[in-house]
Design a protein around this ligand. Sequence first.
Ligand code: PMP
Length: 365
Amino acid sequence: MTAPVPKPWIMEIAPYVPGRSTTDDGRKVTKLSSNENPLGTSQKAREAFLTAATSLERYPDASAVELRETIAAKYGLDPARIIYGNGSDEVLHLAAGAFAGPGDEIIYVHYGFTVYPIATRRVGAIPVVAPDKDYATDVDAILASVTDKTKVVFVANPNNPTGTYAPRSEILRLHAGLPSSVLLVLDHAYAEYIEGDDDDGGMELARSAPNVLVTRTFSKMYGLAAERIGWGYASAPIIEAMHRIRLPFSITIAGTAAAVAALGDTEFVDHTKAHNAQWRRWFSDEIAKLGNKGLRAVPSQANFVLVLFEGQLTAEAAYKGLMEDGYIVRWLPGQGLPHGLRITIGTEDETRGVMASLRKMAGED
Ligand code: PMP
């Protein structure tokens, strides 16, 4: 008897490794490994969630009218051109699934988000990795990677795990240089954290260009990672194609209610944004003071900072030491960054605590 054989491209997928919240010996520690909101969730969103968590026997509204209309009103969009999914992860998978297949190519940057290779391989497409420029997105390298097989380009802006931000002019230049047959996916999971703005020009492009999809999430700034709600905006034909393969009920009633309420709580969002900007700056400045010990913070516009260890203290030793001191961060050997730790900006106490631990390990005090 022969067993069912998985498709060969599926077996090339390195399984997703989520951020951990316990140590190897099961101790609970502070989790700064998944870029969640350290300030929690908007109280208004929490109340809306609890109120909506009734009628558990009913299916959610498959066309998510209230969610789409609330998003559309906030951003000045056409609700018919909004897609939604089980986190923006699902929306990214829908983009690859609707526009690429076996033999096609999908481009993303060297230090890119781990879902891109999975979404690419899942549909049998070929990953094409564009080199970075000192950890930042290099538009010229992406454009140089385009062939007549390219179907999709994924760009996270700010990028994960580097936190780097490609300015509006670079995004517009990328779009202008791509063939119009290529779908440009601008992943805005961290856009709300960009200093001074929350758009790199992507939404502007998605409104007018036929080949741009912008994705957004409620998991980060809005503090609703548990509820798995993401969305995307693109031209009508792109959205229509993605809807064909979408799971009909991938977002929940209570999660949707929380997301709708969260969009209205600008006070919570403003507070989170200010907190993150303050402590991201403080943390990056403190890391810079350890430059003589080989530590370096990659400039970030997200809610995390990539710290590079280029001296005696290695990222692996720092990862283990932080765990001993009660903090789990993300060590990235699987993403070509064995010398890097991605550290989520926490509360003031957490951020100061991580810094004190790093300073101690670097031999600074
Ligand atoms: N894009 C990027 C760049 C991310 O870092 C994440 C979260 N890790 C996501 C998308 C997906 O987030 P979610 O599925 O929770 O919306």
